[in-house]
Write a new protein. Structure first.
Lengths: 230, 233
């Protein structure tokens, strides 16, 4: 994975300004998810500020997908599918649903404290029935940065999970917007309390009754940093 | 509050369809007594009937039989992509197996908004293959063989492709075939061959900006054709 500038010679400062040439050098790596931080951050900053480069990457990504699928096929040897499936079975079985498992574990921790009941049953796969809402969290740049879930158990719980939480100053608030347009701030986190990438908070019954339709992550200056809609 | 059946299902799957596939039944509407054991031994015909996202979800859930059906569905594409990167000297099947295991582990992360399952698994195969050849520079001979293979495929339709994907595969191949040679070579070397702009410039003996222009022109033509095809559907 490329984590260095263009030709891969020198690490860069994320705040460095990326030129059109440098960006288009990395079209394929970007489309293939093969660029790592901090170079990725610098490239994406350019992506969001340059309409032409944004169009180039979006077009290239679509065409790369189409061309890869149209690549001349190669038939494997007989028994490949059975052998590969066997290999997959012999590997550690993946979590049947990682999001459910993680969100339910986060909710379990909260509920144990807030309600004082044991909800070990909810940490099993069958507990997925408790998930009332699940929606990706998308930032203002259009990137999916995590997932928002609402669990209906003893009481409703909001769970915010971020894929790769980045350091930030101050607080981030979790604001639930209900169908009547009213904003309800249900809690907030700091970089310390979000260090694990998961945060959860009980939702007041009156907010649930007003039908939540969106969750906003709001900065201290009131700006919406990311949202999840359902 | 809107209720969802479960999270992590890329395309809002029908629970009944998954349950039916897992048991070998065609669906909950099946009437009469069902002998499940023979169906299981035939790898659950329900999996073969599933569309790609549904099958991938079943694979991610570890449903018995789903993985083999999934591998059979995509093995030629995955091996083809791996072969294009590592060439005849590479261990194509080993790379393809690694790619399928990665796909299985990452099944819940598939995002239908970013493309098809076929493209997703091909990207995994390409990245796996690239990791395996990191540091090994391709020889010009391998690049010419790559282009020759793609050119040969571009001149023919793909009757083996799944019905749903066949139109797009054949459209892309037709578009590739219709590109000016220098654009086709640059695009194939970048996409299928995973060569960098600098490597392509060296191979084609042209400046890097020229390579970029050729690729951009080719991308625009194919993208326009894909958009027009989508508009006709």
């Amino acid at each position: 994975m490329s984590d260095q500038r263009g030709s891969g010679q020198q690490p860069i400062d994320q705040s460095a300004v990326v030129s059109h040439e440098e960006f288009t050098d990395e079209l394929d790596a970007l489309a293939s998810d093969r660029v790592a931080e901090p170079w990725l951050g610098a490239l994406m900053a350019h992506y969001h500020s340059c309409a032409d480069c944004r169009a180039q990457l979006d077009e290239y990504r679509d065409v790369l997908d189409a061309v890869l699928v149209a690549t001349p096929p190669v038939a494997p040897s007989a028994g490949f599918a059975r052998e590969t499936a066997s290999l997959m079975r012999s590997s550690n079985r993946p979590a049947a649903n990682p999001w459910v498992r993680r969100t339910l574990l986060a909710a379990a921790a909260l509920l144990l404290v807030a309600v004082g009941v044991t909800i070990g049953r909810s940490t099993t796969d069958s507990g997925s029935d408790n998930v009332a809402v699940s929606a990706p969290i998308v930032n203002v740049a259009g990137e999916t940065i995590g997932r928002y879930s609402e669990l209906d158990s003893v009481r409703s719980v909001a769970v915010v999970e971020l894929n790769s939480p980045k350091p930030f100053d101050g607080r981030r608030s979790c604001v639930i917007v209900t169908a009547d347009g009213v904003q309800h701030t249900i809690g907030s986190w700091t970089k310390e309390t979000m260090a694990t990438g998961a945060w959860s908070m009980a939702i007041a019954p009156e907010v649930v009754d007003a039908t939540p339709v969106r969750m906003d992550i709001v900065g201290e200056d009131g700006s919406v940093i990311a949202s999840a809609e359902w | 509050m809107q209720q969802v059946a479960a999270i992590g299902r890329p395309q809002g799957l029908a629970v009944g369809a998954l349950a039916a596939a897992a048991t070998g039944r065609r669906g909950f509407g099946h009437h009469g007594a069902v002998n499940l054991a023979p169906h299981r031994r035939r790898h659950s015909p329900g999996f073969a009937d599933m569309d790609d996202p549904t099958l991938l979800d079943a694979v991610g859930r570890g449903l018995d039989g789903a993985a083999e059906v999934f591998v059979r569905r995509f093995q030629s594409k995955v091996c083809g992509v791996a072969y294009s990167v590592v060439g005849p000297r590479g261990d194509v099947e080993d790379i393809a197996q690694q790619a399928f295991v990665k796909a299985w582990r990452a099944a819940s992360t598939f995002d239908a908004n970013r493309g098809t399952v076929a493209a997703w698994v091909c990207r995994i195969a390409r990245n796996t293959a690239l990791d395996s050849v990191r540091g090994r520079r391709p020889s010009p001979l391998e690049d010419e063989a790559l282009i020759a293979r793609c050119d040969a495929a571009s001149r023919s339709a793909d009757p083996a492709a799944e019905v749903g994907a066949r139109a797009e595969v054949n459209l892309v191949r037709a578009q590739l075939s219709g590109l000016p040679e220098e654009q086709r070579r640059a695009l194939l070397l970048a996409t299928v061959g995973s060569r960098t702009m600098a490597e392509i410039a060296q191979l084609e003996n042209v400046p890097v900006p020229t390579v970029k222009t050729r690729i951009r022109l080719a991308v625009r033509k194919i993208r326009r054709a894909l958009d027009e095809e989508d508009g006709h559907e």
